[in-house]
Design a protein around this ligand. Sequence first.
Ligand SMILES: Cc1cc2nc3c(=O)[nH]c(=O)nc-3n(C[C@H](O)[C@H](O)[C@H](O)COP(=O)(O)OP(=O)(O)OC[C@H]3O[C@@H](n4cnc5c(N)ncnc54)[C@H](O)[C@@H]3O)c2cc1C
Length: 417
Amino acid sequence: MNNQTIETQVVIIGAGPAGAGASFFLSKYKIPHVVIEKSTFPRDKVCGDACSGKTALVINRANPEWLTEILNQSTEYLPSWGIKFVAPNGKALDIPFSPNRTEDSKAPGFTVPRFDFDDFLFRKIPSPYCTIYEGASIESIEKGEKVTVVINHNGAAITIHAPIIIGADGDKSMVRKKFLSENTVPKTYAVGLRAYYEGVTGMHNENFIELHFLPEVLPGYLWIFPLPHGKANVGVGILSETVREKKINLREQMLSAIKNNPDIAPRFANATLEGKIHGCGLPLAMERQPLSGDNFMLCGDAAALIDPFSGEGIGNALYSGMLAAMAVNEVLPEQNFSADRLRIAYDDVLYKRLGDELKISATLQRLCKYPWLFNFVVNKAHKSPSLRNTISCMFTDMDLRQQLSKPSFYLKILFNR
Ligand SMILES: Cc1cc2nc3c(=O)[nH]c(=O)nc-3n(C[C@H](O)[C@H](O)[C@H](O)COP(=O)(O)OP(=O)(O)OC[C@H]3O[C@@H](n4cnc5c(N)ncnc54)[C@H](O)[C@@H]3O)c2cc1C
């Protein structure tokens, strides 16, 4: 075995959206770093494949030309203009993402299989400041004054020393387990199944993504997301504790809804399942948790940053990667990689920017336990264009979204105020 030793400033484990996001911005700051990825791209990731405005925002900040590249390929990155909510009583509500849209507006979201999207991100990582080891396995991670990672790459043993490690290695994060000794498992976890179908009918002509809050999967939902080339990503997501408590067979439940639900089944009459149905965990951001410590930071799923209501994790992964790189840029001149310093430079900044949004989503997620509340809002919104407009604005206006978690919002609807 050939042996090699590398001294660098940062070592990133994982090259999904979180790791790619961190690497893009470290390169922008001209900070030398190493990215270690166990898979070889392109690779699959079980996901709903829906990317929000936050994903577009980070890509645009990393390099506006990359976002233009995406927006110019609407056959591969399907623009989505809104969301369809289907209440437990079966009533549907179409909510556009941008109520004040003009002719020049670009769709705020898009869908693309992760097989393609993550490969797109990965191909953007190379820079003079980054060394990438793809298809590498980690032999050991040790912490002394610096972090030392030993990897096996194509049979060669490579030892990497860096003052900081960024754990961007997904929901089963090895870095989280190794470094966050008192908090190895995210507190709230959901599980999801994903299937690809061809030939599902009845999609919105502006590619609205669909969330069906079926009574049997509350507080989770079944989704149908249109994909490029006439395909669809179909899945269910639900809290793990609900699966355990009610002894739910998620796969059977999803297939039963597709076969028997009166609104859904006719749309699948001529649809074919492509490949297998795969499952994966969703570590949800229900409450503030530590994201860093001496010499390490966690990003994306490794940090349990999935939005507890929408299930959105790609945007938060990219965003947290960006903030971790900013934190490195801040602490590097001081050579202070202590837990106290990183908490200020990373955790505090992240929760200042995303904390309110995550808190509101956690409350909304809890409210999903009450099907009558859902039915009530959707029934009222059907009759009231102004309520539909308010809900639409909630996608971009956090103050407005906060109203959803207050009893006064529902009382106002009740009395038509
Ligand atoms: C069923 C389901 C549906 C979802 N739907 C959506 C959706 O529609 N929209 C949305 O925004 N989010 C969705 N999410 C969440 C989203 O998939 C994740 O939040 C997102 O992938 C997190 O990105 P990440 O980079 O943190 O982790 P990942 O995407 O998991 O990337 C981690 C990377 O680290 C690598 N890695 C892991 N271990 C090691 C190791 N030991 N050494 C080296 N490399 C390693 C992996 O190979 C991988 O490439 C969904 C999740 C699930 C499970």
